[in-house]
Design a protein around this ligand. Sequence first.
Ligand SMILES: *[C@@H]1O[C@H](CO)[C@@H](O)[C@H](O)[C@H]1NC(C)=O
Ligand SMILES: *[C@@H]1O[C@H](CO)[C@@H](O)[C@H](O)[C@H]1NC(C)=O
Ligand SMILES: *[C@@H]1O[C@H](CO)[C@@H](O)[C@H](O)[C@H]1NC(C)=O
Ligand SMILES: *[C@@H]1O[C@H](CO)[C@@H](O)[C@H](O)[C@H]1NC(C)=O
Ligand SMILES: *[C@@H]1O[C@H](CO)[C@@H](O)[C@H](O)[C@H]1NC(C)=O
Ligand SMILES: *[C@@H]1O[C@H](CO)[C@@H](O)[C@H](O)[C@H]1NC(C)=O
Ligand SMILES: *[C@@H]1O[C@H](CO)[C@@H](O)[C@H](O)[C@H]1NC(C)=O
Ligand SMILES: *[C@@H]1O[C@H](CO)[C@@H](O)[C@H](O)[C@H]1NC(C)=O
Length: 358
Amino acid sequence: MASFRLRPRAMFHFALICVILLLSNLPVMANMYHRPNIVLILTDDLDVSIGGMIPLNKTRKLIGDAGITFPNTFVASPLCCPSRASILTGKYPHNHHVINNTLEGNCSSQSWQKTQEPATFPALLQKYGYYQTFFAGKYLNEYGNKEAGGVDHVPSGWDYWFALEKNSKYYNYTLSVNGKAQRHGQNYSEDYLTDVLANISIEFLQYKSNYRPFFMMVSTPAPHSPWTAAPQYEGQFPNVKAPRDPSFNIHGKDKHWLIRQAKTPMANSSVEFLDNAYRKRWRTLLSVDDLVEKVVKKLEVRGELANTYVIFTSDNGYHTGQFSLPLDKRQLYEFDIRVPLLVRGPNIKPNQTTKNKV
Ligand SMILES: *[C@@H]1O[C@H](CO)[C@@H](O)[C@H](O)[C@H]1NC(C)=O
Ligand SMILES: *[C@@H]1O[C@H](CO)[C@@H](O)[C@H](O)[C@H]1NC(C)=O
Ligand SMILES: *[C@@H]1O[C@H](CO)[C@@H](O)[C@H](O)[C@H]1NC(C)=O
Ligand SMILES: *[C@@H]1O[C@H](CO)[C@@H](O)[C@H](O)[C@H]1NC(C)=O
Ligand SMILES: *[C@@H]1O[C@H](CO)[C@@H](O)[C@H](O)[C@H]1NC(C)=O
Ligand SMILES: *[C@@H]1O[C@H](CO)[C@@H](O)[C@H](O)[C@H]1NC(C)=O
Ligand SMILES: *[C@@H]1O[C@H](CO)[C@@H](O)[C@H](O)[C@H]1NC(C)=O
Ligand SMILES: *[C@@H]1O[C@H](CO)[C@@H](O)[C@H](O)[C@H]1NC(C)=O
């Protein structure tokens, strides 16, 4: 008959395990294991005021309807680099000193790298929260500039780093893969950046450690110019036009100097150009919608959806014809400063919208 009495050798192992458990502070470990994961999907130039969320059916369903939509979300600066620096540091531009999209304006400059980058919130999550951190996509417009370390520079705080060199592109770009340049051409099935980001993201979700919570930031080039759609979406929305809202093609006569310089009415060629840009922006968003679906489905298959906050937002809004400005961002009005913000995750009830839209 087999004996279940512990023999000395087994006793020793048992004692060792007890010591290890005591030393390793079990409650802290259990707490850490249950910390929620965070996925942040950051789009580029996606407005909420002129219909930017309309083509994103799956995103609205999988994040908004499954959680909360914040209609009053405003960025600290309606321009890519200063806004991204604010998102990463939690500071206003007058405190992080990134004032425009150039190296001289501190966009990914050496002084940004030295003074701000070590304390971005993902770096803090990694350092103090034991999070695995993953980045894929557009970082800061001047990231990869040779005068600031090139793509060899991997900001502190990131365990997995797949960052686009410089500004938004869809084909013909370089990625920094953990500090090594990876060149991409123009073959849709290998290079279309939104899809590459989706594939890298779901691969991370497949192979990451299961013993640490994770923070994942996926930063799409879409719907920023040059608005290159995936081939299957090139013919979508043939009749869509920029909305003719009350400020479309009117003169902002009571607005600040810059706005008053706009020509009203806009030239027909400008209107044609902005309608075309509007359609192209929407087409690029269909690939973003696919990315969101792939990430959410992967979290679900891995059994991690319920313990993961999924956040969807943008670095700034956009305008097409408002106050007769053909197209861009960077103005201090609604269309450029208001951005989408949808969040789903633990303890967030579905189908909520915060009230009192201002
Ligand atoms: C989004 O949903 C609306 C309403 O169901 C539908 O009319 C539209 O075609 C859908 N858009 C896409 C891109 O599938
Ligand atoms: C860039 O950042 C550094 C360090 O914060 C600051 O001293 C400098 O004034 C900034 N440059 C600009 C143009 O704001
Ligand atoms: C960006 O800011 C720097 C520092 O003030 C300035 O020298 C440069 O001209 C600015 N560039 C643009 C494009 O605004
Ligand atoms: C990519 O680069 C090739 C070679 O320089 C060029 O012919 C092609 O037009 C570029 N494609 C895009 C989409 O920019
Ligand atoms: C594009 O990539 C796919 C998948 O790797 C490959 O099968 C195809 O031959 C490539 N097409 C071209 C034109 O190089
Ligand atoms: C993404 O992954 C899918 C499935 O493996 C593949 O068919 C597709 O070509 C990949 N796309 C890119 C751009 O890598
Ligand atoms: C511009 O478009 C408007 C409205 O479609 C039309 O009435 C007008 O004749 C056009 N002007 C020119 C110069 O083509
Ligand atoms: C959210 O609302 C939509 C539309 O009213 C509904 O179809 C959906 O079932 C709701 N989702 C949840 C999770 O309650």
